[in-house]
Design a protein around this ligand. Structure first.
Ligand code: SF4
Length: 474
């Protein structure tokens, strides 16, 4: 890749039983019965054309699916599409490769399986809400009350298609890294009252806090914000709200009393719930699995005792109901079926989108690049940062900023440091130079990391210029 760096310019299941193949967000099904206007979303009724056919994204309304339901979903994807199933960064399911004439059959099979896609405005809660004893507050309960309040509105507010609300009760698997238009986060306070922080437009770290509220006030305040958004217009998002006027509406924000929190847990690996129960988090290799492999694994998991499967953030699947003495067997089986099974797997930290061959917008094969990254850039993948491999500037696989993002362009790749896929790159590299650039970035960390320093700390200390220089000289 020497000499080809360009100056930033215009951006744009049981072990031994091998599986047959080794190989973005919440947009509810548009329902003619639901008068809340939604934009064009890849749902069962409005699938999206991609490079490998039609794509459907769905979020079941139930917290989880039975093994039987998950199997039916996989079989339907195999029968009506190309069999590829993805879990998005927000924990939605994506089914790929359908034709227009196959959509009715897919919808009928999903309906027959008793899977009801969520409809209306998206309200996301941590996947283990209700099961996690470390959860500060019952997020799912508050979300259900909020949903009922929204459904009771007359007239219905007309809201942007991608509008999202996060209700996060804390606990082991939090949604801090997901961006949302409106977010409620549980606080544990000294006198035992349950309070929530209300914030708008961003991740937990970047959203603008507005107020600390009781359960009831949290619901009425979110409704008020939804009405304010509807008044702005059909495309209005949280960032369009007028902060100054909101500050006048809400009481002065007291010092945030965050109370007791526990460090967040990776959604991949064994997640203890209590003395007799654990959730098992798996991630399909680079977020995608073939239905044939999934069906094979589900048979093994069901035999071992898995009773429910939930989807989670970071492209994860969470298995519930497994007896503790079967966990290692199931993890081994999952690894054989090309799941990532351990929090420390290097591949957990390489985040590709669907990429070339699956998405018509992609400028490169992101999954192959992710495999190359694991091969040559392991020093980057120490768990302190994520490398986002995005086929274009849309950034479906990791909508929030990542420490490193490799964005496909018409002429090569843009390298973004500590930003989203649409942020200004520090450098461009040529079409043929990606693997060597990934190796260069890995070497940069290996050669410069101070004792006790993580890859992320190292890159932050070196800064954008040093990274660009290393790529130029690599
Ligand atoms: S980021 Fe771009 S290339 Fe990747 S899946 Fe999204 S639209 Fe397609």
């Amino acid at each position: 890749m020497k000499g080809s760096l360009m100056v930033p310019a215009d951006t744009e299941t049981m072990k031994g039983q091998a599986c047959l193949s080794q190989e973005a967000d919440r947009h509810p099904v548009a329902s003619p019965l639901h008068s809340m206007v939604r934009g064009a979303c890849p749902s069962l009724s409005t699938p999206m054309q991609t490079g490998d056919g039609l794509l459907v994204r769905l979020r079941p309304s139930a917290p989880g699916l039975t093994v039987e339901q998950f199997r039916a979903l996989a079989e339907a994807t195999q029968k009506h599409g190309n069999g590829l199933i993805e879990i998005t960064a927000r924990g939605n399911l994506q089914l790929r490769g359908m034709m227009p004439e196959s959509m009715a059959g897919l919808a009928a099979d999903i309906d027959r399986a008793g899977i009801v896609p969520e409809s209306g405005v998206a309200i996301e809660v941590p996947p283990l809400s209700g099961l996690d004893p470390s959860e500060i507050a019952d997020a799912r309960g508050l979300a259900e009350r909020l949903r009922s309040a929204i459904d009771a509105l007359h007239p219905k507010p007309l809201l942007a298609a991608k509008l999202s609300i996060i209700v996060d009760g804390g606990g082991r698997l939090v949604l801090d890294e997901l961006s949302a238009d409106i977010r409620l986060k549980a606080l544990k306070v000294v006198d035992g009252r349950q309070l929530w922080t209300l914030a708008i437009a961003g991740t937990q770290a970047t959203a603008t806090p507005l107020a600390i509220l009781s359960n009831e006030d949290a619901i009425t305040s979110v409704i008020s914000l939804l009405n304010a958004l509807a008044a702005i217009g059909l495309r209005a998002r949280g960032r369009d709200l007028d902060i100054a006027s909101l500050r006048a509406q809400f009481p002065a924000l007291p010092d945030l009393m965050r109370g007791e929190t526990i460090p967040p847990t990776s959604p991949v690996g064994i997640i203890p719930l209590d003395k007799v129960q654990s959730a098992i988090g798996l991630r399909p290799a680079f977020g995608q699995i073939h239905a044939q492999d999934l069906i094979h694994f589900l048979g093994l998991a069901e035999t071992a005792g898995v009773r429910e499967i939930r989807t989670g953030p970071e492209h994860s699947l969470l298995l519930l109901g497994l007896p503790l003495d079967r966990i290692e067997d199931v993890l081994a089986a999952a690894a054989d079926c090309n799941f990532q099974t351990r929090a420390g797997d290097l591949a957990n930290y390489a985040i590709p989108c669907a990429g070339a061959g699956a998405c018509a917008s992609a400028h490169y094969a992101t999954r192959q690049a992710a495999a190359d990254l694991v091969e040559v850039g392991a020093d980057l993948l120490d768990g302190s940062l994520k490398v986002h491999l995005s086929g274009c500037t849309k950034g479906c696989a990791h909508p929030s900023p990542a420490m490193l993002t490799i964005v496909g362009t018409a002429t090569g790749y843009a390298i973004v440091v500590n930003g989203s896929s649409s942020a200004e790159p520090v450098a461009y590299i040529g079409k043929e130079d990606l693997k060597s650039a990934l190796a260069t970035l890995g070497e940069l960390v290996r050669n410069n990391k101070a004792a006790g320093e993580s890859a992320q700390q190292c890159l932050k200390r070196l800064g954008r210029d040093a990274i660009a220089t290393a790529l130029r000289q690599g």
